[in-house]
Write a protein that binds this ligand. Structure first.
Ligand SMILES: *[C@@H]1O[C@H](CO)[C@@H](O)[C@H](O)[C@H]1NC(C)=O
Ligand SMILES: *[C@@H]1O[C@H](CO)[C@@H](O)[C@H](O)[C@H]1NC(C)=O
Ligand SMILES: *[C@@H]1O[C@H](CO)[C@@H](O)[C@H](O)[C@H]1NC(C)=O
Length: 307
């Protein structure tokens, strides 16, 4: 129990009177979208009038993932999920691959923005550090224990507590994603956009099972084998139809990132994703790429834990 303290917090939410507690809904109001033309983001932007219905601008959607071999917070029980890459985020690039960030400082929950970070406005306001309850408590406010559980398993930070990483991803990126604007929610309840974003990130991540796609093509972590960039790109392209961004550290030799690009029909929350080729060149060498095995004490088998 000690390494899953959020379960204790969750108990306080669910055991209120011993009877069923009605949980608040977290839906954007998309009633006005049902008669809009069904088009993919970035493919006919002139037709997108209601930006709650389709991510605009920012319709090139990136589901980004990491392959880390350690977290640095193993002693706190922050471990990587065996046989899976981990979530980085869900980013709203402009259609050409450029982007903006921290678009709504009234929803700034990042406790540690990088030094000299500014928002995306022309005058570039500095992004202040957030001081307040962690975003994990927002998830519990909505009773979403199962979502928090999944996030702690698969949305794992390196070098910072998971909830600080989630806050960073929301405030830097989701505030620039039109379908999570607070105006898209009828009777907006504070933080419902945050929780709705988190569940949307999980859904998008599940569309791109990078570990399984690579393993099924014979590309598995190994401290003795190397792979070519084309092997990695082609294995993914064979399943998604598009070339992802493949990122490497160690001067291009250590595989550590993948970004899956999409255009989206409908919303990021519930819509259809269509894979698009990366607009960013790979940072990996053409060959000699290591896909490192993790340190065994840095990972856990998330499928067998007795939750
Ligand atoms: C964009 O959509 C509108 C209708 O919604 C259509 O008239 C127009 O031809 C489309 N443009 C392109 C480039 O497909
Ligand atoms: C990258 O290459 C440079 C030049 O060869 C070298 O000095 C540096 O140590 C290398 N860095 C890593 C992380 O391998
Ligand atoms: C594989 O190599 C990495 C990098 O040296 C190391 O951190 C890791 O522990 C190794 N994994 C195994 C299973 O030996």
């Amino acid at each position: 129990m000690a390494i899953f303290p959020y379960l204790l917090g969750a108990a306080a939410v669910t055991i209120v009177s011993g009877s069923q507690v009605a949980l608040p809904d977290i839906f954007p109001n998309l009633a006005a979208c049902v008669n809009e033309p069904a088009i993919y983001s970035c493919e006919n932007t002139t037709t997108i009038q209601n930006t709650c219905c389709s991510p605009s601008p920012g319709g090139l959607v990136l589901q980004t993932q990491f392959w880390d071999t350690y977290t640095g917070l193993e002693k706190n029980g922050q471990l990587l999920p065996k046989n899976s890459w981990t979530i980085h985020g869900l980013w709203p690039d402009f259609c050409d691959g450029s982007y903006t960030q921290y678009c709504d400082l009234s929803r700034q929950y990042d406790p540690a923005p990088s030094p000299n970070t500014t928002n995306g406005l022309p005058n570039g306001t500095a992004v202040p550090a957030y001081i307040g309850p962690g975003v994990d408590t927002f998830v519990l406010e909505f009773g979403r224990i199962e979502l928090l559980d999944y996030m702690n398993k698969y949305w794992v930070s390196q070098g910072s507590p998971n909830n600080e990483f989630w806050a960073h991803e929301f405030s830097k990126h989701a505030t620039c994603t039109s379908t999570f604007d607070t105006a898209c929610y009828e009777d907006y309840k504070e933080h419902e956009d945050v929780v709705n974003f988190f569940e949307s990130v999980v859904r998008a991540f599940q569309m791109f099972p990078t570990f399984n796609i690579l393993a099924a093509a014979g590309i598995v972590p190994s401290n003795t084998t190397t792979y070519t960039l084309a092997q990695v790109q082609n294995a993914v392209k064979a399943q998604t139809g598009a070339t992802p961004f493949v990122g490497c550290g160690g001067n291009g030799t250590i595989l550590n990132e993948m970004w899956h690009f999409s255009h989206v029909l409908g919303t990021e929350q519930y819509g259809r994703f269509k894979s698009i080729d990366s607009t960013t060149a790979s940072t990996c060498a053409a060959e000699g790429i290591q896909y490192l095995e993790r340190t065994p004490t840095s990972e856990r088998d998330v499928r067998t834990l007795p939750y």
